[in-house]
Design a protein around this ligand. Structure first.
Ligand code: ATP
Length: 362
């Protein structure tokens, strides 16, 4: 019998609540309370009673599928959209009804919104009109150095790559040292490799500047890689908020389990910290009782090659560092991630084992 896969062990933090709310190490910067926006009486609310806090220097990702209300939430915080109800407080000041320019919040748009007729230096010093000209130039040059664009100040935006334009947009926003920067899909115009590189740079730049950020994205990998916390949004509502780690390990619903990473959904009958499933008796990550849906991550399943096994491999994807298998057992098809070592062939018979605690879903 061939053991192909060593399972990761998930240990649930005892103090994590289902919604992931916990004391944060950050001092509160922004408080969004019961924010609500319905565009037309016949449509469902685009944003429904959304509440969360953001700490000084913290980066929060608003993550969810297209049309779930991420951009509308961000636009209300920025002052570009008026809420029907709810409040927004920045450093204790109610900014709900203030125009954007009086909020002291920076905004990085999806298309960077650089002025094409101005050179890079003039774009960056655009927001510094209250400074003397020499001070504004010095500050803009300092910002260009911070984003790694020293010497490119005289170029026009069209003479830069997408990643460089993105950094100019960020330098322009950082130049006015806002305590909070709102970013709406800021990497969507970059290719995959550039996106990975730029998101790490942006994270570092925000850290160095001490600015907090809210990042709107539908890319779960981007959210997990960059954010201190993620708010998962479904149909206008925040359904879970927590660190990437907490949400990945303890999703509250099948929607969250499938949106952040991949999951197999099983049925079971729970009895406290245990659950009976088609895979036998398994430990639960948190207590539950009665009929439950369960999330099982593909990497929590072990495959043993076994000619008498009840399951068989029906699909395979080699990904270098690991392999994805689709394994059919009766009516059920499970997704399994296995190490890059031994390879199972399509049609090969196997046994599946879950060697970890599974997550009950609401
Ligand atoms: N100005 C508007 N008038 C009417 N409906 C709107 C308006 N702006 C947004 N909506 C609707 O509100 C809902 C939320 O839109 P929003 O742009 O906030 O979603 P999103 O999560 O940012 O989507 P995407 O990822 O596609 O940008 C959608 O159903 C959208 O059609």
């Amino acid at each position: 019998m061939n053991q192909l896969h060593k399972t990761l062990t998930f240990k649930m933090p005892a103090e994590a609540s289902p919604l992931g709310y916990r004391p944060k190490p950050f001092k509160v910067l922004l408080e969004v309370s019961q924010l609500h926006r319905r565009f037309t009486p016949e449509a469902a609310p685009a944003v429904e009673r959304v509440s969360f806090t953001l700490g000084e220097g913290e980066l929060l990702a608003l993550l969810g599928p297209s049309g779930c209300g991420k951009t509308t939430t961000l636009r209300m915080i920025g002052g570009f959209e008026a809420p029907d109800a709810g409040t927004i407080t920045l450093r204790g000041r109610d900014i709900t009804r203030l125009p954007p320019e009086q909020r002291g919040i920076g905004f990085v748009f999806q298309d960077y919104a650089l002025f094409p007729h101005l050179n890079v230096l003039d774009n960056v010093k655009f927001g510094l009109r209250q400074m003397t000209r020499p001070d504004a130039i010095a500050r803009a040059e300092e910002m260009l150095a911070l984003v790694g664009l020293t010497g490119l100040g005289r170029r026009r935006p069209h003479e830069l790559s997408g990643g460089q334009q993105q950094r100019v947009a960020l330098a322009r926003t950082l130049a006015v040292a806002p305590p909070l920067i709102l970013m709406d899909e800021p990497f969507s115009n970059l290719d995959a490799a550039m996106r990975v590189e730029t998101r790490q740079e942006v994270r570092k730049l925000l850290n160095n500047a001490g600015s907090a950020g809210i990042l709107v994205t539908h890319d779960q990998e981007e959210a997990m890689a960059m954010a201190d916390r993620i708010a998962v949004i479904e149909a206008g509502r925040v359904v879970q908020i927590g660190t990437p780690d907490e949400i990945y390990r303890n999703p509250v619903s099948a929607f969250v389990a499938s949106f952040l990473g991949r999951s197999n959904i099983l049925q079971g009958t729970a009895n406290g910290m245990n659950v009976t499933t088609a895979f036998g008796n398994l430990p639960l990550s948190r207590a539950a009782n009665g009929a439950v849906q369960l999330a099982v991550r593909p990497e929590q399943i072990m495959l043993d090659a076994d000619p008498d096994g009840a399951a068989s491999v029906v699909g395979r994807e080699f990904r270098g560092h690991d392999q994805l298998y689709w394994v059919q057992e009766g009516e059920r098809c499970m997704l399994v991630i296995s190490g890059p070592g031994a390879t199972l062939a399509i049609g090969e018979r196997v046994r599946m084992r879950i060697c970890d605690c599974v997550v009950p879903l609401s």
